[in-house]
Design a protein around this ligand. Structure first.
Ligand SMILES: N[C@@H](CCC(=O)N[C@@H](CS)C(=O)NCC(=O)O)C(=O)O
Length: 295
């Protein structure tokens, strides 16, 4: 990389200072969108003028968006893959927003993340993505063709409806002491066991209802290893999931992988993200490209 000249260094330092000041006030903004459009895959029949990267202004400038997520734990800004996905989408959007830690019991659907835009509350990471697209003009995916859309949807389900539950089992059931310390470390010791046992019971019920909890630990690990391998094999040496251009599926994949990579309880323990150099490099690449806060 060429050495930065004096003026560039000053500009970078000023930008860094501005960013730190904004972050101190809790305001975050993803990196500016590149001015030049990315390479369009040959034969893509879809319009390119609506792409995320063409520096289009949002259709409406929101006053201030607030994303409510699970509080930091396990070395992550948020240890919830869905909260991390929403943070990743916000970073990709380039919109200004604040992150606040919240309590799912107070959320409309009793789950996090939720996005607040003035008097509107949008629960669910998928609906948050749709809101950014429809209401605020952010375009994550219009460069994708129907085949890519279909593959993305399948991997989204793999991450959110299957591998997610492997993670829940490994964290809450197999590594209960770690989860207790990370999630309830600030609760007074006498209360801690009581609260943890209550939450763990709910998690067990959810795991059983979903079905994952009916399998043995070995079987659950094997499901996880197969999912991670599928992600690693599909990604191969591509920079992002479908090549040079990141899309909303990258927010899902990144959020899933980073929740596997950073906490001390990778799921599955064998065949985890750390054992695939391309997945580790992908996490680093996404993190750097979108300047992910606190990862
Ligand atoms: N479909 C939702 C799922 C969100 C979700 O499951 N969040 C979990 C944390 S990872 C949650 O809030 N759990 C609280 C609870 O179930 O009580 C989304 O995409 O946002």
């Amino acid at each position: 990389m060429p050495q930065a000249c004096g003026k560039e260094k000053v500009v970078r330092a000023v930008t860094r200072c501005k960013k730190m000041r904004a972050e101190n006030q809790g305001i975050i903004q993803g990196p500016a969108r590149p001015k030049s459009a990315p390479k369009i895959p040959a034969g893509n029949p879809w319009p390119t003028k609506l792409m995320l990267w063409d520096a289009r202004e949002p259709t409406r400038t929101p006053k201030m968006l607030t994303l409510i997520v699970f509080p930091p734990a396990m070395g992550l800004k948020s240890p919830s893959p869905f909260s991390m996905k929403a943070i990743a989408l916000m970073q990709m959007s380039g919109l200004k927003y604040k992150i606040k830690a919240g309590d799912p019991r107070k959320a409309p659907k009793k789950k996090l993340p939720i996005l607040i835009d003035g008097d509107k509350t949008i629960p669910d990471s998928t609906h948050i993505q749709a809101y950014l697209e429809k209401e605020l003009g952010v375009d994550f995916d219009s460069w994708m063709n129907p085949e890519q859309m279909a593959i993305a949807q399948s991997f989204r389900c793999l991450c959110e409806d299957h591998l997610y539950w492997v993670g829940v089992y490994v964290r809450w059931i197999e590594n209960a002491d770690y989860a207790k310390a990370e999630f309830f470390g600030k609760v007074p010791p006498l209360m801690r066991n009581f609260v943890f046992n209550m939450v763990q019971k709910q998690v067990r019920t959810a795991l059983y209802g979903q079905g994952m909890g009916r399998h043995t630990s070995k079987e659950i690990h094997a499901f996880g290893a197969t999912d991670i391998k599928a992600i690693a094999d599909f990604l191969g040496e591509k920079p992002f999931f479908f090549g040079d251009t990141p899309g909303s599926i990258d927010a899902v994949i990144f959020a899933t992988l980073i929740n596997n990579l950073v906490p001390k309880t990778p799921f599955p323990p064998e065949g985890s993200v750390r054992s695939y150099p391309n997945l580790v490099a992908y996490c680093e690449r996404f993190n750097e490209r979108f300047d992910m806060p606190g990862v």
